[in-house]
Design a protein around this ligand. Structure first.
Ligand code: MEV
Length: 327
C-alpha cells in the first residue's frame, strides 16, 4: 500500500494583481488531501472516496492513453483531476497502467473542496506522487509540480502554476511574474480560515477585473500596482517577524480586492468579525466572489469561535513546510 498527501494553499498577498505581472505570496497550509493506492491482481482501476461521496468508480485507459469514463462519472469534479493524472502518468510510463498494474485508490481530504484553497491542486499533486511511487517513476518535486500544472491546464483550460507548485514544494512561494515561481522560506504562523461555503468562479472573476481595468485604466492600474507594493512590503514584515504590521497590510489588501469587484458581503462580514475578535489582519484569499477569508492574530481560538458564531465555518490551521510527501 502506498499513501501520499499534499497540502492546500492560501494567498497571503497578491491574488488578481499577479495576473498583471505583480508579485504574489502563497503558502502551503496544514490541511491536506491524502491518496492511498493498493495494487489489485485483476488489473482494474477503481477509485473511491467517502469524503467526496463516491465509491468504486471504474477507470479504463484506451490504447492512446486517454482515460474513458461514462458520462455520469464526469460530473464528479475532483475525479477529473485524478483521471487526467492517470492519463499523464500513462504517457510517461513504459507499461500499461490498467490491465498490467491495476489498483484501488482511496482519496481522503481535510481540505474543503472548491473553497479557493487549492484543493484541486492538492488532489492532483497527491495522486501524481502516489501513482509515480507505485510505478517506481523517480520524479522530483519540480517534475511533480510541472505535471500537476499540465493536469490543471488540461482540466480547467486556464490555471495558475502557483497552486500545484506550492502543493508540491510546501512552505512559501514567491511568484515573481506569473510564471516564475520560487520556494523562498517557511514560516510557523497559525492562520484561521473563514469559509463562506460558496464557490467563487475564478475565470469569471479574473474576467470581471480585466473589464474594470479596461474601462477605468487610470483608476484600476494604481490599485493593482498598490497590491504589488503590499506584497513586497508584506514579505519585509515577514522577514522582520512583524505580524501586527503584516495584518495591517492584509487589511489593506482585502479592501483593494473588494474595490476590484471580487468582494462579497459574506467575505466582508467574516473579515470584520475576525478583526473585531482581535485579528491583526483578515483578507479574502484567492479569487473571491465566495471562497474564504484568512485571518492572523494572537488568539486563533477566539477568532474561529467568532466566525462560527456568525454562521460560517472556521478552520484553524498553520502554514506548513511540508509539501507533497509519502506517509
Ligand atoms: C486565483 O486563485 C488567483 C488569481 O490571481 C488568478 C490567477 O492567478 O490565475 C485570482
Amino acid at each position: 500500500m502506498i499513501r501520499c498527501s499534499a497540502p492546500g494553499k492560501i494567498y497571503l498577498f497578491g491574488e488578481h494583481a499577479v495576473v498583471y505581472g505583480e508579485p504574489a505570496l502563497a503558502c502551503a497550509i496544514d490541511k491536506r488531501v491524502t491518496v492511498e493506492v493498493i495494487e489489485r491482481s485483476d488489473g482494474l482501476i477503481k477509485i473511491s472516496s467517502n469524503d467526496l461521496f463516491f465509491k468504486d468508480v471504474s477507470v479504463e485507459i484506451a490504447g492512446d492513453g486517454e482515460v474513458e469514463l461514462s458520462p455520469g462519472e464526469r460530473t464528479l469534479k475532483p475525479l477529473h483531476y485524478v483521471f487526467e493524472v492517470i492519463s499523464e502518468i500513462q504517457s510517461i510510463y513504459d507499461g500499461d497502467i490498467s490491465g498490467e498494474i491495476g489498483f484501488d485508490m482511496d482519496i481522503k481530504t481535510d481540505l474543503p473542496i472548491g473553497g479557493g484553497l487549492g484543493s484541486s491542486a492538492a488532489v492532483t499533486i497527491a495522486s501524481i506522487k502516489t501513482l509515480s511511487t507505485l510505478l517506481d517513476l523517480d520524479l522530483d518535486l519540480e517534475e511533480i509540480a510541472e505535471i500537476g500544472y499540465k493536469v490543471e491546464m488540461n482540466v480547467q483550460k486556464r490555471a495558475s502554476p502557483c497552486d500545484t507548485f506550492t502543493s508540491s514544494m510546501g512552505g512559501l512561494t514567491w511568484v515573481e511574474t506569473g510564471e516564475k515561481l520560487e520556494k523562498i522560506r517557511s514560516l510557523d504562523l497559525p492562520v484561521v480560515i473563514g469559509d463562506t461555503g460558496k464557490e467563487g468562479p475564478t475565470g469569471v472573476l479574473v474576467e470581471k477585473v480585466s473589464r474594470l481595468k479596461e474601462d477605468y485604466p487610470s483608476v484600476i492600474e494604481p490599485v493593482i500596482n498598490s497590491i504589488g507594493e503590499i506584497t513586497y512590503q508584506g514579505l519585509q514584515k515577514l522577514d522582520d517577524n512583524d505580524y501586527s504590521g503584516l495584518g495591517r497590510l492584509m487589511n489593506v489588501n482585502h479592501g483593494l480586492l473588494d474595490c476590484l469587484g471580487v468582494g462579497t458581503e459574506d467575505l466582508n462580514q467574516i473579515a470584520y468579525v475576525a478583526r473585531n475578535a482581535g485579528a491583526w489582519g483578515a483578507k479574502t484569499t484567492g479569487a473571491g466572489g465566495g471562497g474564504c477569508v484568512i485571518a492572523i492574530g494572537e488568539d486563533p481560538d477566539k477568532i474561529a469561535t467568532a466566525i462560527e458564531a456568525n454562521g460560517f465555518k472556521a478552520y484553524k490551521t498553520k502554514i506548513t513546510e511540508n509539501g507533497v510527501l509519502r506517509e
